[in-house]
Design a binder for this molecule. Structure first.
Ligand code: NAD
Ligand code: USQ
Length: 385
């Protein structure tokens, strides 16, 4: 298949490009390199040094013998997506190209406005480009489990549910409740995609994914192929942060009580699942919601797992600190999301958090000095209130 991959330079985008290309798909990637710039702006960088786009393409050719077309461009720019779709005629478009940090979106008014603008305009450009050039293209959009929030009911895997209000029954959009401006931007994206599906019959897979962790995928066969790995308060996600903290003897930074529970998935399983969804599109004109995660854990449980693993590999005593929570979120709650679509396509996670953490520590150890360099960026500074 021919895949237009928006956000190819990202933590998930690059490993997905490698996996798709290795499997024989044609990959045309687009990225404006904004995550690189925003991380520098926060005074930090990926723990694994990132090659330039041209070097990435060369390394993929050298180690996997694949050709990836890497185009620098901003998808919010008028005309760009239409031109690319006309030129390449993709079967599927994967949309990862968004500002993806919740804390970054909460820094101040400008960061909030930028997040909403960048994410919403990109999605609007995408639906209009597909509608105008070829409405049969399958849009594979990366959303987030955080769109649902942490409700007191089991999270469904659908866009609509049956509801009874004042004695009358009808279908309503699944209640969605973001936990940051970033998460709300994903809720708004879903609204845009759903309406485009209703208006024009666009075919959409809207993936609700939990936090991703990991340092490797099967295609990352050389240091030069690594994807970005962030650990600072804005760009690092919780498992990645805890592993890096353990490596430099920094206390693990549990926010509040640590009962915050999420559906986690390894990098390898995340990109494998997306590949499977591209290869198995829904029927034309359908809107498919997919809950994408492998295991459900609380932040407290993860800290305990990382502590145990780190002590086992000889990193010495690891402390777990409960910091005042910089976020506005429930610290103890019900969490039981439904997961039906991926298992029905034969997807079985191949990694568990408990097994993967020791590999992550092993992969990070050679970069200890670089992690030390970013130490000041670890404590949370961005507060939600
Ligand atoms: P990332 O920031 O590493 O990758 C996103 C890429 O998109 C970056 O390379 C960035 O430069 C690019 N980009 C942003 N805006 C753009 C624009 N206007 N035009 C062109 N390129 C643009 O993030 P990631 O972790 O790879 O996440 C990919 C997607 O998955 C995001 O949509 C994110 O919200 C979602 N997601 C990530 C996680 C996670 O834990 N990493 C979990 C669930 C969902
Ligand atoms: N947390 C800590 N300590 C830390 C970092 C985080 O306790 O050092 C807690 C947070 O308070 C939160 C949970 O861990 O309760 C998850 O935080 P995170 O930073 O790992 O993830 P989040 O901000 O939700 O965002 C990440 C990705 C985002 C994706 C989302 C999936 O950056 O792109 O959409 O995970 S989900 O969480 O399911 O919405």
């Amino acid at each position: 298949m021919k895949v237009l991959l928006l956000g190819v330079d990202g933590e998930l985008g690059w490993p997905l490009a490698l996996k798709l290309a290795k499997a024989g798909h044609e990959v045309i990637g687009v990225d404006n390199l904004s995550t690189r710039r925003m991380a520098y702006e926060s005074g930090t960088d990926s723990v694994f040094p990132l090659p330039s786009p041209a070097e990435r393409v060369m390394e993929a050719k050298r180690h996997l013998d694949v050709d990836i077309n890497f185009i620098i461009g901003d998808i919010t720019q008028p005309g760009l997506l239409k031109d690319l779709i006309r030129k390449f005629r993709p079967d599927a478009i994967v949309h990862f190209a968004e500002q993806r940090s919740a804390p970054y979106s909460m820094k101040d008014e400008e960061h909030a406005v930028f997040t909403i603008q960048n994410n919403l305009i990109g999605t609007m450009r995408l639906v209009y480009a597909v509608k105008e050039v070829d409405p049969t293209i399958h849009i594979v959009k990366m959303g987030t489990m955080g769109e649902y929030g942490t409700p007191n009911f089991d999270i469904p895997e659908d866009i609509e549910v049956e509801a009874e209000i004042n004695g009358k029954r009808d279908r309503i959009l699944v209640p969605r409740k973001g936990g940051s401006w970033y998460h709300w931007s994903k809720v708004f994206d879903t609204d845009v995609l759903y309406y485009a599906n209703q208006l024009w019959g666009l075919t959409v897979t809207d993936i609700m994914q939990g936090p991703v962790y990991g340092t490797r995928t099967s295609e990352i066969v050389h240091e030069s192929m690594r994807t970005r790995f962030d650990i600072d308060e804005a760009w690092g996600t919780v498992v990645n942060r805890f592993c890096a903290e353990a490596v430099i003897g920094h206390p693990l930074t549990v926010y509040g009580k640590g009962g915050q529970t999420r559906g986690f998935i390894s990098l390898e399983d995340s990109v494998t699942a997306v590949k499977l969804l591209i290869e198995h599109p829904p029927d034309q004109g359908k809107y498919r919601v997919v809950n994408q995660f492998a295991e459900v854990y609380s932040v407290r449980q993860i800290a305990e797992m990382v502590r145990e693993a780190a002590e086992k590999v000889g990193l010495g005593k690891v402390e777990v600190h409960h910091l005042e929570n910089p976020r506005v979120e429930k610290e103890e709650h019900h969490y039981n999301p439904t997961r039906r679509i991926l298992p029905s396509l034969g997807f079985r996670p191949t990694r568990t958090l408990r097994d993967e953490v020791p590999y992550m520590l092993e992969d990070l150890l050679p970069y200890k000095e670089r992690i030390e360099r970013f130490r000041e960026g670890i404590p949370p500074k961005t507060t939600w209130r």
